[in-house]
Ligand binder design. Structure first.
Ligand code: SF4
Ligand code: SF4
Length: 383
C-alpha cells in the first residue's frame, strides 16, 4: 500500500486505496469485521462513512475497537437517518443530533474528516457556507471533534467555490475519464445520462481540470468517489465510451489527477478488496488507460497531457508525465509555487536534459508536443 498526505490536516497519511461504505451496508457483524480486518491487513487505513445507517455505524464501531488511531474516518455532516432511510438535510438541529449519533454508535470521540454532505447546487452552497452548517463544522474543529473539514460534490464549479473559501481541507469528488469530459451541472443524473454523451466530447472539461489544479495548489486533498462510474466504466455495454476500462486503469486514472490522495473503492466482499489492492501488483500495461482513451471513435482526447505515462521510457530518463503535471500547475497559476518547485527539484532528471530525440512523441497516443513542453518547463523552472 502507498500513502498520500492530507497536508492541511497535519500531513495525515491516508492509503491511496480506501473504502467506500456502500459495500458494508447490510452486512452482518461477522462479515463486516472480516472485510474490514482484511482491508486493514492490506494496509487500507481510510474509510468513508456517508451513511447514517445505525447498523453500519455500530458494526464499524466494533471493527475499529482497539485500533481507532490506526483508522482515518471520513464522517458526513448533514446526512441523517429518518424512518429507516438516509436523508440529506441542512436542518442544523437534525445535523447536530446525527453527528453526535455518529460518534456514539461508532464508539469514538472524534471523526477525522467532517465532510459536509453532497453540495451540488449554487443555492445549496450559499445556504451551507453562509449559514449554520459551516459554523457548526468550525465549532467541531475547534472542539477537536473533527480534525479536518470537507465537502462532497459532483459539480466542479461549486467545488471550486468551496476550495476558494479556504474553509475546506478535503474534497470528495466524482472522478473518472467519462465524467471528466462533462460540463459542470447541478444535476448529478446528467453524469449518468446517455444523452450527455450523445454528442462527440473533446478533452477534459476545463472546469474539472482547473478544480484539480486548484486543489493541488491549495493543498486541498481530493478523495475520489465513483472511480468506476458505479461499475459502468468496467462494462463495455454500459460505459458511455462504449468500451470498458479495467479496475486498475480506473484507479490509475484517478491517482494521476492533480490533488487526488485516495480512491474510495466500493468493495462488497473480501475478494473485491483484494482485487482493488492488487492494483499494486498489476503490470504497467494493465494500469495504462491511455490506449482505451485514445482508441475511442466518438470521443477525443488530443493535444493535452493526460499524465498517463505511456510515452515512457524517455531516452534520458525524464519523467515526462510528472514534468508536464508540474508545468501545467505553474501555467495555471501564472507563478511557480514553492511546493511545485520542490517536487520538480526532486525529479531524477529535468526538462533541460531533453535531447529532442522525439521518441516520446511517437509513443504519445494524445499527440502532445512533448519537446515543446520540455522547453517550456526548462524555461519556467530554470533547468
Ligand atoms: S505526454 Fe502523452 S503519453 Fe506522455 S504522459 Fe502525457 S499524455 Fe501520456
Ligand atoms: S524528446 Fe526529450 S523527453 Fe522525449 S524521449 Fe527524447 S529526451 Fe526524452
Amino acid at each position: 500500500m502507498k500513502y498520500r498526505e492530507i497536508k492541511r490536516c497535519n500531513n495525515l497519511k491516508v492509503s491511496e486505496i480506501a473504502l467506500g461504505c456502500e459495500g458494508f451496508i447490510g452486512k452482518d457483524r461477522k462479515k463486516f469485521t472480516e472485510m474490514f480486518g482484511r482491508a486493514l491487513e492490506l494496509g487500507i487505513n481510510f474509510i468513508d462513512m456517508y451513511t447514517p445507517n445505525p447498523g453500519f455505524r455500530e458494526n464499524l464501531g466494533a471493527a475499529i475497537k482497539g485500533h481507532r488511531e490506526q483508522v482515518i474516518l471520513q464522517g458526513h455532516i448533514c446526512s441523517v437517518w429518518e424512518n429507516g432511510q438516509y436523508l440529506r438535510t441542512r436542518d442544523i438541529k437534525k445535523t447536530k443530533a446525527a453527528f453526535e449519533d455518529q460518534l456514539k454508535l461508532t464508539g469514538t470521540d472524534y471523526i477525522d474528516i467532517g465532510m459536509i454532505h453532497y453540495v451540488d447546487s449554487e443555492s445549496d452552497f450559499n445556504e451551507v457556507f453562509n449559514g449554520e452548517v459551516i459554523k457548526y463544522c468550525m465549532e467541531l474543529k475547534e472542539q477537536g471533534k473533527i480534525r479536518a473539514t470537507g465537502i462532497s460534490s459532483h459539480n466542479p464549479l461549486v467545488a471550486k467555490k468551496a476550495v476558494e473559501s479556504g474553509l475546506v481541507d478535503v474534497l470528495m469528488f466524482s472522478v473518472n475519464a467519462a465524467y471528466d469530459m462533462q460540463p459542470a451541472s447541478e444535476d448529478v443524473n446528467a453524469l449518468f445520462a446517455p444523452e450527455s454523451y450523445a454528442g462527440g466530447l473533446v478533452n477534459m472539461n476545463p472546469d474539472r481540470k482547473e478544480l484539480y489544479e486548484l486543489c493541488e495548489k491549495e493543498n486541498v486533498a481530493i478523495d475520489v468517489m465513483k472511480a468506476f462510474g458505479g461499475g459502468d466504466m468496467l462494462n463495455a455495454g454500459l460505459s458511455p465510451f462504449g468500451t470498458s476500462f479495467n479496475e486498475y486503469q480506473c484507479i490509475e486514472y484517478c491517482l494521476t489527477r492533480p490533488g487526488v490522495v485516495s480512491v474510495m473503492a466500493g468493495c462488497r466482499s473480501v475478494e473485491e478488496i483484494e482485487k482493488a489492492v492488487s492494483y499494486y501488483g498489476a503490470s504497467r500495461e494493465e494500469r495504462d488507460y491511455s490506449l482505451v482513451l485514445s482508441g475511442m471513435k466518438k470521443f477525443k482526447f488530443h493535444g493535452n497531457c493526460m499524465y498517463c505515462g505511456h510515452c515512457a521510457p524517455c531516452s534520458v530518463g525524464i519523467n515526462v508525465a510528472d514534468v508536464n503535471k508540474y508545468l501545467n500547475l505553474c501555467l495555471a497559476q501564472e507563478e511557480v509555487p514553492e511546493t511545485v518547485a520542490e517536487h520538480y527539484k526532486l525529479l531524477a532528471h529535468h526538462a533541460s536534459e531533453c535531447i529532442e530525440c522525439k521518441k516520446c512523441e511517437s509513443n504519445c497516443p494524445f499527440g502532445v508536443e512533448i519537446v515543446n513542453k520540455m522547453k517550456k518547463a526548462a524555461e519556467v523552472f530554470g533547468y
